[in-house]
Design a protein around this ligand. Structure first.
Ligand code: COI
Length: 354
């Protein structure tokens, strides 16, 4: 029997692992046996425990349901060649979680405590980490306001949980994206850099409209002029323009993606020129039409790397060269995958073996 040291452990009576079988993994609808839970009250976190994954009770007046204090992270664990398990750059997600908490007026979680909760949960459910190509254990830490109270102010109680899902691909293929010039994802001074639940809620209607027009995702533009590219749906974006790797610069309207950072650093190590800067819609359109834009892809934890095969600008779509002929994205995807799956050296120290 596995035991955990720091937290109470209530093991599930029956593991559901055998129901996983050999089937292709969906994204986000199969859940491992256990979850981590911890409560914030009277100014401190306590009652950390690992317990069976399952429903929980919540007051209808829980403040997160009304005023939206709710944040989350997305990270992954990978099966290693020796059968062990490694997390990929978990401290980046932990730090970003606390940045999100700060923006949403929620309490911090000690980084060491967070990492301990994560590793103990994954040790308990290590059998759920898949090892097939393109598969991993997706990890979802989240926090929400749980105080029962009607009135707009920061909650005095919060709940923090982590659950995990064995997953396959998030996007089932390449995507067509629409440059959005009416709706806005994030405005300066807003919450765009935070992984706040409400950011995703606000994206649903514009994305549904884009889907009706034949696109899978939106390429968001800045809120002020709708002239500059920011990010795409659940991903940051990277372009190959004149053989340089170009990505919209980070700021308070763009989520600081761990996969984005990893890809830029891998490309720089490969000797590629990197530009993190403003990318004007007009520049992108001209580069796409002239052929200077040779590749475009989304990068994110869930999506990993997803090729953008066409970009819809007002007035028409521009098709990118056939993805089968691309060289930059596949090379970077392989390097990233090798790093995460423990194939070869880890020059950046990004793997955290648990
Ligand atoms: C991630 O990439 O982990 C995300 O958070 C995307 C998610 C909304 C599915």
């Amino acid at each position: 029997m596995l035991t955990t040291t720091l937290f109470d452990f209530h093991p599930s009576a029956h593991s559901r692992l055998e129901t996983l079988g050999g089937r292709e993994l969906p994204f986000g609808s199969v859940f491992s046996d256990h979850q981590f839970r911890m409560e914030f009250a009277d100014g401190k976190w306590s009652n950390g425990c690992i317990e069976p994954f399952g429903d929980m009770s919540l007051s209808p007046a829980a403040m997160s349901l009304h005023y939206g204090q709710s944040i989350f992270e997305g990270m992954k664990a990978f099966r290693q060649p020796d059968g062990g398990v490694a997390l990929f750059r978990p401290m980046e997600n932990i730090r970003r979680f606390n940045k999100s908490a700060d923006r949403m007026c929620m309490p911090f979680i000690d980084e060491g405590l967070f990492l301990q909760a994560l590793t103990e949960l994954i040790k308990v459910d290590a059998g759920w980490v898949p090892d097939g190509d393109g598969s991993s254990l997706y990890i979802r830490p989240f926090m929400f306001a749980s105080e029962a109270h009607v009135g707009v102010r920061p909650s005095e109680r919060y709940r923090f949980l982590i659950f995990t899902c064995p997953v396959g691909q998030y996007y089932k293929g390449n995507v067509r994206v629409k440059v959005e010039t009416f709706f806005t994802r994030a405005a300066p001074g807003g919450t765009g850099y935070a992984k706040a639940a409400g950011n995703y809620a606000a994206s649903l209607k514009p994305t549904a409209m884009a889907k009706e027009q034949g696109y899978q995702q939106i390429l968001w533009t800045d809120a002020v002029e709708h002239k500059y590219i920011e990010e795409s749906g659940t991903m940051n974006v990277v372009f190959v323009i004149n053989d340089k790797l170009v990505s919209p610069a980070l700021g308070d309207t763009v989520l600081s993606g761990v996969t984005r950072d990893s890809i830029l650093r891998l490309a720089a190590r490969n000797g590629m020129e990197i530009e993190e800067r403003r990318v004007a819609v007009a520049e992108l359109k001209a580069a796409a039409e002239s052929g200077a834009l040779s590749e475009a892809f989304g990068v994110g934890t869930a999506a990993t790397m997803t090729a953008i095969e066409a970009i819809g600008f007002a007035g028409g779509d521009v098709e990118l060269p056939p993805v089968s002929g691309w060289t930059v994205m596949p090379a970077l995807a392989k390097q990233l995958d090798d790093l995460r799956r423990g194939h070869g050296e880890d020059p950046f120290g990004w793997r955290v073996v648990i």
